[in-house]
Write a protein that binds this ligand. Sequence first.
Ligand code: FAD
Length: 436
Amino acid sequence: MVVTLHESASVRAGTTGAHQPEPRPRVVILGAGFGGLSAAISLRRAPVDVTVIDRRNYHLFQPLLYQVATAGLSPAQIAMPIRRILSRQSNATVLMNRVESIDVAARCVVTTGRRIAYDYLIVATGARHTYFGNDAWADHAPGLKTIADATAIRARILSAFERAEVTEDPQLRERLLTFVVVGGGPTGVELAGAIVELARKTIVRDFRHIDASSTRVILIEAGERILPTMPPALSGKARDQLEALGVEVVLGSAVAGCDQRGVQLGDGTEIGSACVLWAAGVMASRAAKWLGAPADRTGRVKVNEHLNPPGHDEIFVIGDTAAVIDATGRPVPGVAPAAKQMGRYATRAILDQIAGRSTAPFRYRDYGNLATIGRKAAVADFGKAWLSGYAAWLVWNFAHLWFLVGFRNRLVVFLDWALAYVRNDRAVRLITGQNE
Ligand SMILES: Cc1cc2nc3c(=O)[nH]c(=O)nc-3n(C[C@H](O)[C@H](O)[C@H](O)COP(=O)(O)OP(=O)(O)OC[C@H]3O[C@@H](n4cnc5c(N)ncnc54)[C@H](O)[C@@H]3O)c2cc1C
């Protein structure tokens, strides 16, 4: 049975009694990631009823997922219950539910077992990874998007060392000690740097039969440079720092195949590996299909400069699920600060519509671009200025602590990082979910 959570505005407005208070506009937000949460929080004092719907009960700080995957942090340090974040916001209701479609004509969101009516809708359901049509590769090369992905990758990495320790087959041992990361964007760079450090600095003294310092980590990028959204000089610096850590960087090579033996490159080269990780492509959520709106080739909804899909001023699509050209004519990147800015913009535009005001087009403010490579190694691009090495690494640490949601998370992550720095350790070396 499908239940409608809110009655329609006309029913609420008048027919049930002469002295009913004027109904407040209902703002429904789909997704409590960076975009959706920033929208919900910006409406905390607004005279509207806010409903936040997410399939998970927590907000996830994705930029630190790679640290969970490489045993540096535990999941609870980078996630926070959505209900707790919004617990003091009396105009906000949180529903853990999966969005299945949107009835645009009836202004209703259809979730599992419920229809939820809206006056204004903010769609912020993010993106997931894609294998460019080769979905069979997913079993052999997991991607990193959720906590479940991160703990599965952690188990895969640590299990490879454990299996290498017990095997007597030198070829299998070599394959187990070869790690391949596909995709030279920030996530691929971070994963490759963290795995090589884990092998060569942290666990090297824990094994008796293998030499973990001989571990190979190979980063494969189809383009001509890693971190392609950064200036070429910084990409070069990042590559130098990765290679200094011991990562082998292979450029201009697309992966043509991926199976239990490892990966095959377009030129026929085969790399044997028992642990291939995928950091190569993203595909937007199904929002374009739900809305019947035009999408770009990665599935993002093509919105106008006010973040509306064509013909729907009451709907805003934001964050990774929107293809946005901002007021300056630049495409807006799929990063957390852009999603947050769009969330705030959408709420401002909704309040302007309610008050009968017009809103200037969305304009993205780019405060910089950071990527970490390893201990004391990072790059930071601030437009006119850039940093590399230790200084960039300090900025990266500070920025991630600052933006992490929740005081407790900030404190425990800071303490863990400080201990890891002093002791060269990665504390969460747990293989969970297998043979338990
Ligand atoms: C591994 C990784 C590392 C990253 N590192 C960085 C970084 O260092 N810096 C940076 O700026 N950006 C980084 N990003 C990108 C950044 O995380 C995204 O740009 C940002 O999360 C986009 O915010 P969003 O609100 O659009 O989507 P998300 O934050 O992904 O939130 C989407 C929400 O929608 C919910 N949802 C999805 N589908 C449904 C459904 N059908 N029903 C109900 N709920 C649904 C999800 O559960 C989720 O909570 C990284 C991303 C990843 C995956």
